[in-house]
Design a protein around this ligand. Structure first.
Ligand code: 5AD
Length: 376
């Protein structure tokens, strides 16, 4: 029998209380629980949750999210070898350090042989996924991309290849897929068209971005969308729109990291996103899409030492260390103070492995594909 709040504990700002040992939840916490049962709150409710969560709500979400990830993936953390193979870009996104109008960026592109050498180093180190990420560089025609993807798949048939090279036609995506590419990362950046227009030059549209994502899914790519947390002009309502968009798209991967200003962009004086908001959103995404492949991003590790480990404890299950050669990595600066730019591949990788082991998680040598739905 429940007695009249007799066990209400006088914990000051506590967001929950116990009644005869039963924990009573706040409204935010019951919303979080509903999300984990597959019931999405309305746009207004979600925006309220994002704007009004407390520290305890965040911890509550993180523990549910971590339980969910542990149930599906055990304590395994998947590693992806990130190869930043070109920093030439024809786009002019206002937030990004390698935007075309940044004359101060020293441009480079890696050769096919250099890319393959990265994979060779990565393979012996234990990587079974290679992510080719670059600006939208017209030098890398479909033909060249197909050639590189085929060469990687031929030499490393047990590895997955992920492309992260921007907006392309459906035909291009199809050619990449036929060459053996398994996955494609293309963050949607924001699901609100007005917000999209404030972050991007006029020639880019949310509509085309979403078309790309649908084409990738149709063609059988494991597909990733995502957004920056705390990007300029972002509101709780926009983030709520992002979450509803992600839920509906139902991608296999979601990339989520804090916005960090870059000194050579129009957003140089803007504030960075916060660790707390990023962690909270990671947890919500894990609860919305239990099987999603969710990286603890380099950007999160950049705004806080140990940020990626916190990301894992909030529900992330993937890390993507940079395996590009030391001489190019300092030039792939999407934002300021990016970690690892002065490291040799082996060092940043080893440090990250140890950090993961130290929080009780297990770096594994596996492709780490999107898991199939459980039978029962
Ligand atoms: N801060 C954080 N993330 C950024 N990205 C680009 N610029 C920044 C920045 N200044 C992210 C974008 C892009 C991904 C490759 O990197 O979301 O999709």
């Amino acid at each position: 029998m429940v007695r009249e709040n007799s066990a209400l504990l006088p914990f000051g700002k506590r967001a929950f209380y116990y009644v005869n040992g039963v924990r009573n939840m706040t409204e935010n916490q019951s919303r979080i629980l509903a999300i984990s049962r597959g019931e999405m709150p309305s746009l207004t409710e979600l925006a309220g949750l994002i704007a009004g969560y407390t520290e305890e709500d965040r911890v509550f979400a993180a523990s549910l999210a971590r339980e969910t990830a542990d149930r599906i993936f055990g304590r395994k953390i998947y590693f992806r070898g990130l190869i930043e193979f070109t920093n030439y870009c024809k786009n002019d996104c206002l937030y990004c350090g390698i935007r075309r109008s940044n004359r101060n960026a020293e441009r480079y592109r890696m050769t096919e042989e250099e890319i393959l050498n990265c994979c060779r180093w990565g393979y012996q180190a234990g990587f079974r996924t290679f992510v080719m990420q670059g600006g939208e560089d017209p030098y890398f025609t479909d033909e060249r991309i197909v050639k590189i993807v085929s060469a990687i798949k031929q030499e490393f048939p047990d590895c997955a290849v992920t492309l992260s090279i921007g907006e392309k036609s459906r035909e291009s995506y199809q050619r990449y897929r036929e060459a053996g590419a398994d996955r494609y990362l293309l963050r949607h950046e924001t699901a609100n068209p007005e917000h999209y227009a404030k972050l991007h030059p006029p020639e880019l549209s949310l509509e085309n971005r979403v078309r790309c994502l649908h084409d990738q899914l149709d063609l059988g790519f494991q597909t990733g969308c995502g957004m920056m947390v705390g990007s300029p002009f972002q509101t709780a309502e926009y983030l709520a729109e992002d979450l509803l968009f992600i839920k509906k798209l139902n991608p296999q991967m979601v990339g989520l990291g804090p916005f960090i200003p870059h000194h050579d962009t129009p957003f140089r004086d803007e504030k960075a996103g916060t660790v707390e908001d990023t962690l909270f959103l990671l947890s919500i995404v894990r609860l919305m899409l239990p099987r999603v492949l969710l990286p603890a991003t380099t950007a999160l590790g950049t705004i806080l030492p140990g940020g990626r480990e916190l990301g894992i404890l909030a529900g992330a299950n993937v890390v993507m260390p940079n395996i590009s050669p030391s001489d190019v990595r300092k030039h792939y600066q999407l934002y300021d103070h990016k970690i690892g730019t002065a490291d040799a591949p082996a060092d940043s990788y080893q440090q990250l492995r140890e950090a993961i082991l130290s929080i009780g998680y297990q770096p594994v040598i596996e492709r780490g594909d999107y898991p199939k739905e459980a039978e029962s």
